[in-house]
Design a protein around this ligand. Structure first.
Ligand SMILES: [Zn+2]
Length: 297
């Protein structure tokens, strides 16, 4: 068993080890790898386990927090913080106390966000900066706020976040990779319009764009190949709320090569391919809003 003072070495080694794994595996890491963890002074340190707030047996305080693939990670956001729910409803549950101690000592933690069963996006180090007792949550921030107090962080305005921190806040960093992975997984890694299954050619599109307040959740997403993503964004193709593909009138009248003919015009009036689980289907209300904008062109 280590003491709180000397287990900092385990934390730093774990963070470095995860960086190395990301270089091998890419954006997301398999759960098995994290369960097996790494060897520190001859002992195996596990990084993820049965509980969201995870403490390896050799340590006094938690090393990681995890959001499962089915849970929203961004239900509640506060300024540049991500809110992480307490274990249960008792603020004094031992796991919650552990995180509170991490906060007091300003120790680095690892944050795993599930993108599909058995796969996790990793954000590390993260720090705990206060609590929202009403929402039974801790405030989690990234490295960029390591030296700022809770009061200072909560005073950072939306504008400042946009201008100063742009893509460096934890919220923004998590948003794109977690959203993309979750959407593509829901659609079984194929284009919802043309069935193309080459992952390297697929992207997750927002139905209501990010810039208009569209949420990074699967029902606001579509898995599309690059060409259909661009065609959807540029309003060359629309999707009606009953999941029917509509190609813009003037485009239907054009004459050109096979890409236009087979890749675009022939999609007109076909249904999109829906995700396996109904909860992941694109939200008709959001489709309708976007479809209205398409029809105005
Ligand atoms: Zn496509």
């Amino acid at each position: 068993m280590y003491t709180i003072d000397n287990e900092i070495q385990i934390r730093l080694t774990a963070i470095k080890w995860l960086e190395e794994q990301k270089a091998i595996f890419g954006k997301t890491l398999p759960r098995k790898l994290l369960e097996n963890g790494f060897i520190f002074n001859g002992e195996r340190i596990t990084l993820i386990g049965a509980r969201g707030i995870w403490k390896p047996k050799q340590m006094v305080l938690p090393i990681s927090i995890t959001t499962s693939p089915n849970s929203p990670y961004n239900d509640d956001l506060e300024g540049p913080c991500v809110l992480y729910k307490y274990r249960g409803t008792d603020p004094n549950h031992s796991d919650n106390k552990g995180l509170r101690e991490i906060m007091k000592r300003n120790l680095p933690l690892i944050y795993f966000i599930g993108t599909s069963p058995g796969n996790y996006y990793v954000e590390s180090p993260v720090f705990i900066r206060g609590e929202n007792r009403e929402l039974l949550s801790f405030r989690v921030v990234g490295q960029e706020f390591k030296d700022k107090s809770e009061e200072e962080i909560l005073q950072v305005s939306e504008r400042e976040i946009e201008q100063k921190y742009s893509f460096s806040t934890i919220k923004k960093r998590l948003h794109q990779p977690v959203f993309s992975e979750r959407v593509m997984y829901a659609y079984n890694y194929q284009c919802t319009m043309c069935r193309l299954k080459h992952r390297e050619l697929l992207e997750a599109a927002h139905i209501i764009p990010d810039s208009e307040g569209g949420e990074p959740i699967v029902p606001n997403g579509l898995s599309l190949c690059k060409i259909h993503h661009a065609a959807y964004d540029k309003k060359i193709i629309g999707i009606s709320p009953d999941y029917t593909i509509k190609v813009r009138e003037d485009i239907l009248r054009e004459t050109d090569g096979p890409m236009l003919k087979h890749g675009i015009q022939e999609l007109d009036n076909h249904k999109i391919i829906l995700p396996y689980h109904k909860k992941d289907w694109p939200d008709p209300e959001r489709l309708e809003e976007r479809f209205q904008a398409f029809k105005l062109v």
